[in-house]
Ligand binder design. Structure first.
Ligand code: ADP
Ligand code: MG
Length: 337
């Protein structure tokens, strides 16, 4: 008979990594989300060779105390939830405690961090601790991920072309920046700056940095408030469309999510004003009681369950419909004289 035994931590982490760290863009997402959870005001993302050579995320957030830094790399170790009921009031982007152990099990990670006093630098390779030492560091955290998937050749093979992987990283950085206009983001790939936002809390400025100022001049604000749900954002006028739904970003309590019914609601708001196969550019911010959202559905947390989905969908569609109706009353409102 075969013996049943618990898997060693490194192997268990590599199995988790299969879900959490699908591709370089997933690493960027997890590291930036950690930086956001740590109250950073500035986050700088740098990649080399579409993230396969290096991914570096520098933040000016809370930092990790040197006595805690090894714990941060343990599976299911988190500072963000403590007990079961916390799961129903999650306000942070992370809570599963899987990112650092997963990433470090499939790469070479150097993390430098400081809470303001003496800093610490720790290195892991293939899930194994290499070293930890005191280090000069300003307040905040820097994570450098080198040689991603060096020990999982099957994963490397499954990746798309470097251009496609870079586009996926760029897409996720854009959406994180759109979700947090109050944070100054920069994104540099092979020495080229692909995004810079001001961090002044102006969503329109972030949209301009991503889609271009000219495009954004044809977007309009929308708003809808109910006692328990608030919706705000910008959507394009019907003449400004794209050939895919990908330009519709939904942000739920600061978390970028994918949600088909709500994406459909955005499109429905336009009624018959969109041509077949054309979709608007939109950023919709939805704020509601965290108890109404179940984020514990998928390891990447990009899919969530929302208990008031139909009502939120109606609010979104109505807000867009009302804005477009207003525009029609003043046909030249978007033109400058
Ligand atoms: P989770 O985000 O789900 O808690 P992670 O594995 O991503 O799990 O991170 C583990 C812990 O390490 C976090 O709970 C947090 O306390 C700490 N941490 C990770 N990254 C940062 C960071 N950039 N700044 C401050 N603390 C961090
Ligand atoms: Mg995390």
């Amino acid at each position: 008979m075969k013996q049943i035994h618990e898997l060693p931590a490194i192997l268990a982490n590599q199995i988790s990594a299969g879900e959490v760290v699908e591709r370089p863009a997933s690493v960027v997402k997890e590291l930036v989300e950690n930086a956001l959870d740590a109250h950073s005001t500035e986050i700088d993302v740098t990649v080399a060779d579409a993230g396969l050579k290096t991914i570096k995320v520098v933040d000016d957030g809370d930092g990790i105390d040197s006595s805690q830094v090894q714990t941060a790399f343990l599976r299911h170790a988190t500072s963000k939830i403590t007990e079961q009921r916390d799961l129903f009031r999650v306000r942070t982007l992370g809570f599963r405690g899987e990112a650092l152990p997963s990433i470090s099990s499939v790469s070479n990670v150097v993390l430098k961090t400081s809470t303001g006093s003496v800093g610490t630098e720790i290195e892991y390779k293939g899930g194994k601790l290499v070293s930890q030492k005191a280090a000069e560091s300003r307040k905040g955290t820097t994570v450098i991920v080198n040689s991603l998937f060096y020990n999982t050749p099957a994963r490397l093979k499954y990746l798309s072309s470097p251009n496609t992987e870079l586009a996926k990283i760029s897409d996720i950085v854009n959406r994180l920046a759109l979700s947090h206009p109050e944070v100054a983001f920069s994104f540099i790939s092979n020495g080229r700056e692909l995004l810079r936002t001001s961090g002044r809390g102006d969503l329109l400025q972030v949209l301009g940095a991503i889609y271009g100022v000219k495009t954004v001049s044809r977007m309009q604000p929308i708003k809808s408030e109910k006692p328990d749900i608030s919706i705000s954002g910008y959507v394009s006028l019907p003449e400004l469309t794209r050939a895919s739904r990908n330009y519709i970003s939904l942000i739920l309590n600061g978390r970028y999510v994918r949600n088909f019914p709500l994406t459909k609601a955005v499109i429905n708001g336009y009624g018959s004003k969109l041509m077949i196969g054309r979709f608007p550019i939109a950023v919709i911010n939805i704020k509601l009681d965290p108890a109404l959202i179940d984020v514990n559905v998928h390891p990447t947390k990009q899919e969530v369950r929302i208990s008031e989905e139909p009502r939120i969908g109606d609010m979104v569609a109505t807000a867009i419909r009302d804005m477009l109706a207003d525009k029609q009353l003043i046909p030249d409102a978007t033109r400058e004289f």
